[in-house]
Design a protein around this ligand. Structure first.
Ligand SMILES: O=C(O)[C@H]1O[C@H](OP(=O)(O)OP(=O)(O)OC[C@H]2O[C@@H](n3ccc(=O)[nH]c3=O)[C@H](O)[C@@H]2O)[C@H](O)[C@@H](O)[C@H]1O
Length: 427
């Protein structure tokens, strides 16, 4: 009997004498088999294509990802290592940021384990973030470069370390920038927050979460000082709206999954290693460079005022919140009982007018500012902020101790040394 190959491509046509019926049967059989072979061939081809694609995809991840591997995991474990009895291992998001770097150092200093996460974006000079990272590295704190929205990275971090706490400070900050780049607020403050909470809720054990909300949630509230029980449903900027959304989103995760949540409403935090986009920082830079500074003024020529809060006081507030956070009750995505849900004001309780802030800077810099006073543009600013801190005082003894004069003096000293000014030339 001829082979199928012979039948398809006979070497000597007419070699075989086959009767009609038999020939028809053979043709039919041959075409079915051919189709079968082609089908097999196509399936094999598709399978190889798909596995090649998946190889390329995963290969790319391993080639481009800045994380992963045995050495990396060892570094993470070392960084998270707890060195005091009953200490905590904390994942600090935004660790290369202003507040994040200060709190990370304070945690490490008292013997807690710290792993940082930061995307080092260029909202402001990333070299300042890198300089803060170097400080952290010198104290044995690793800062992983990555975004909150990278679920695979977050999951991996929780695979490697059973974090007891997450201090979530990574965010798109800045009130006025929200009009320029609204998407970045949604990306970090809403999508990024949910991405982080998804991992935390599934973790076993679940960590307790302390995160940065903002005084801006009070928006158009006119009760002074601002209390946690005041209305927060009239935000004046998209930034404020995303922080308010964060408070609602975290409430949901507390309610459904038993995550312990503490939101901290920071009031205009300032100090050494601060954020260049903030007024006290950019005023300092411009005064030193002899440039004009723009000072906003409210309705009826009323000066704007802020409850400026010094970084060391904020650090104490963060530590107090972490220490009293209580435990999450769920595990692996299942709630086992009610967990704490808290929001606290962390302010200074003594608002200062913006022109007074400028007077203080002039005194420390021994230079006169060139002032331009303009009416507050409708860009999300609120006329004043003022914190009532009695709740945080009661819960964890929060008591700010640095006034604006003292705090700005420390900031100016840091600024001059960091940017290489000779203080004698300035002061
Ligand atoms: O507590 C918060 O939750 C927020 O605090 C901070 O916001 P703000 O209180 O707006 O601080 P900041 O920009 O320093 O402006 C201070 C004052 O200077 C005025 N201001 C500002 C710029 C300028 O050129 N001129 C001017 O008069 C301005 O009108 C204002 O009156 C954080 O940036 C924010 O991320 C968030 O954390």
């Amino acid at each position: 009997m001829p082979s199928l190959e012979d039948e398809l491509f006979p070497s000597t046509p007419g070699k075989f004498k086959i009767d009609r019926g038999h020939r028809q049967f053979q043709r039919c059989f041959a075409s079915t088999s051919t189709m079968f072979l082609w089908a097999l061939f196509l399936i094999a081809l598709t399978a190889s294509y798909l596995s090649f694609q998946s190889f390329v995809h995963s290969g790319n991840r391993y080639l481009t990802a800045s994380w992963g591997g045995i050495h990396w995991e060892k570094q993470i474990r070392n960084s998270a290592h707890i060195q005091r009895p009953a200490g905590m291992s904390v994942l600090v998001t935004g660790a290369a940021g202003f507040v994040g770097s200060h709190v990370s150092l304070a945690l490490k200093k008292r013997g807690d384990g710290v792993v940082g996460l930061d995307n080092f974006n260029n909202y402001y000079d990333p070299s300042l973030k890198k300089a803060r990272e170097s400080l952290l590295n010198r104290q044995g704190i690793l800062v992983v470069e990555g975004d909150l929205n990278d679920a695979a990275l977050l999951a991996k971090l929780f695979d490697v370390v059973a974090f007891t706490h997450v201090l979530h400070l990574a965010a798109q900050a800045g009130v006025r920038y929200a009009m320029e780049n609204p998407g970045s607020y949604v990306h970090s403050n809403v999508a990024g927050l949910v991405s982080l909470l998804e991992i935390c809720k599934s973790a076993d054990p679940q960590p307790a979460i302390v995160w940065a909300s903002s005084s801006s949630v009070y928006g158009l509230n006119e009760n002074a000082p601002f209390s946690e029980s005041d209305r927060t449903d009239r935000p004046a900027s998209l930034y404020a709206a995303t922080k308010k959304a964060g408070e609602e989103i975290t409430h949901t995760y507390n309610h459904i999954y038993g995550l312990s949540i503490t939101g901290l409403r920071f009031f205009t935090v300032y100090g050494p290693w601060g954020r260049p986009d903030m007024a006290y920082f950019s005023f300092t830079k411009n005064i030193l460079q002899g440039k004009t500074i723009t000072i906003y003024r409210g309705k009826n020529k009323a000066d704007l005022a802020r409850d400026f809060t010094y970084i060391d006081d904020i650090v104490k507030g963060c530590l107090g919140s972490l220490d009293t956070s209580g435990e999450s009750t769920g595990s692996g995505g299942k709630k086992r009982g009610p967990a704490p849900y808290r929001n606290f004001n962390l302010g200074n309780t003594s608002p200062v007018k913006v022109p007074t802030l400028v007077n203080i800077l002039e005194k420390h810099l021994r230079m006169k500012a060139k002032r331009k006073i303009v009416e507050m543009p409708g860009n999300g600013d609120v006329p004043f902020t003022h914190a009532n801190i009695s709740l945080a005082q009661r819960e964890f003894g929060y008591k700010p101790t640095t006034d604006l004069q003292t705090g700005l003096k420390k900031f100016v000293r840091w600024y001059l040394s960091y940017y290489g000014y000779n203080p004698k030339d300035v002061q």
